[in-house]
Structure formats: structure tokens, C-alpha cells
Design a protein around this ligand. Structure first.
Ligand code: SF4
Length: 227
């Protein structure tokens, strides 16, 4: 890592301060009313927009009520009920298998530890972090999705590529009390301004502290690639 830790810490704090001011109501946008629904919504949200997931889960959560319903459902029927979601066949399999494990090994309850959650089918560290944070009020790490990944690199908070390595870097510099909120702030700013293809640097509250601020060169300094 080229930039000293202290300056990355100061950068992270400044980013959080400014984004909190810009997005005071930032929070998770998936809809759910219990831990199982949260787990299912997060599994479905991989490579898919929250908006699409919310549209699909509206009828899904009416039809299926609890882990038993998903575990007992014929897989092709469950897949058909998810057919507007990216990779719906695989995700139907993950949900069915996870619900079976929840019934057989966790007394029908969504587990509350990172190890147990990541043993469920289709659940990686990112999904587990979301479920822990929003389902159990346990903040063990930082959720690194595509927005967090992109913004952290552009803002000079990390030079890593892999989400797991980025998470480790961020956990070393983002104040622990903001680990959960940091993700939502990055998502809001990534959607509104610092988009993947066409970031609006001229209207960005972070422009004066961002090493990737788009000047004349139109080069993404954080990745070395053109925008
Ligand atoms: S200045 Fe540009 S690259 Fe930097 S955070 Fe803002 S929109 Fe993103």
C-alpha cells in the first residue's frame, strides 16, 4: 500500500463525514419483514438490482411462509417464482438448500454467526455480513459490494481488487462505529454520482479530496483504466 495508514484513516473519516451529510437517511434498500426474508432477499440480490429483487419478493414472501415452505417446494416451481431474477435457477437451489440446513441444523432459525451463515448454500461473507448487521445487529465487518469496491479504490482507501482484501483494508481505517453505514453511504453515492461508467465529478461532494477526480485526462487514477 503506497499511501500511509494515517492519511488513509483521515481520508476515510472525511469521506464518511461528507457522505453522511449528503445522505442522512442512507440505509438498506431491500425489503423484508424477518430474518429469513432478509437472507433470501440478500441471496437474490447478487448480480441483481435491489429494485428488481423487491419487486419479485413482494409476491414470493406472500406465497412462501417460513423455511419449511422453501425447503419443501419443488425446485423448478421455486425457480419459476423467481424468474425475473438473475441466475434464478441457481438461486432457487441455494434458497431451498439453505432452508433445509436451517431446519435441520438450526432449529428453523437463521444463524447468527459468520461461520454458520457462510456454511449455508449461496452465502458468502458479503451476504453473511448483511444478515448479521441488519438481522442480528451484529457488526463483524464491512459489506463490500460493487459500489464499495469501486468507490474505495477511486477514493484511494485501498489498492486491493478482491472484496475480501478490500474489506480488510477498510476495517483498518473506517471507524468501527461506521462499518455498517459506510456501505450504505457508498451505495447511495455510487448510484447518485460516482457511477461506474460516468461519474459526475463536477457535482461530487468528495471532488477536492478524491485522487480520481476526473480532470482533463479522463483516466481513472484508482484503477489506471479509462473511465
Ligand atoms: S470525484 Fe469523481 S471519482 Fe471521485 S468520488 Fe467523486 S464522482 Fe467519484
Amino acid at each position: 500500500m503506497g499511501t500511509p495508514l494515517e492519511s488513509r484513516e483521515a481520508q476515510a473519516e472525511e469521506v464518511v463525514d461528507r457522505l453522511e451529510e449528503a445522505y442522512p437517511d442512507s440505509t438498506i434498500s431491500l425489503r423484508y419483514s424477518n430474518r429469513l426474508e432478509l437472507l433470501i432477499a440478500v441471496i437474490l440480490s447478487a448480480q441483481c438490482t435491489d429494485e428488481r429483487v423487491n419487486k419479485e419478493t413482494k409476491h414470493l414472501f406472500e406465497k412462501y411462509d417460513g423455511a419449511e415452505d422453501y425447503a419443501d417446494a419443488p425446485e423448478d416451481e421455486l425457480a419459476e417464482d423467481l424468474n425475473s431474477i438473475t441466475y434464478y435457477n441457481s438461486k432457487a437451489g441455494y434458497i431451498k438448500s439453505s432452508c433445509r440446513t436451517i431446519l435441520e441444523e438450526h432449529d428453523g432459525k437463521v444463524p447468527d454467526t459468520m461461520d454458520e451463515l457462510t456454511e449455508l448454500s449461496g452465502v458468502g461473507r458479503k451476504t453473511a455480513n448483511v444478515v448479521l448487521q441488519h438481522g442480528h445487529d451484529v457488526v463483524e465487518g464491512i459489506v463490500v459490494d460493487t459500489h464499495v469496491q469501486r468507490l474505495s479504490r477511486r477514493l484511494g482507501l485501498t489498492e486491493e481488487q478482491r472484496p475480501e482484501a478490500i474489506e480488510q483494508d477498510l476495517m483498518g481505517i473506517v471507524p468501527e462505529g461506521y462499518w455498517q453505514q459506510f456501505t450504505h453511504l457508498c451505495i447511495d453515492h455510487g448510484r447518485a454520482t460516482c457511477t461506474a461508467r460516468n461519474p459526475d465529478c463536477s457535482d461530487c461532494v468528495l471532488a477536492d479530496i478524491c485522487p480520481s477526480e476526473k480532470g482533463d485526462s479522463e483516466i481513472d487514477l484508482a484503477s489506471g483504466e479509462p473511465w
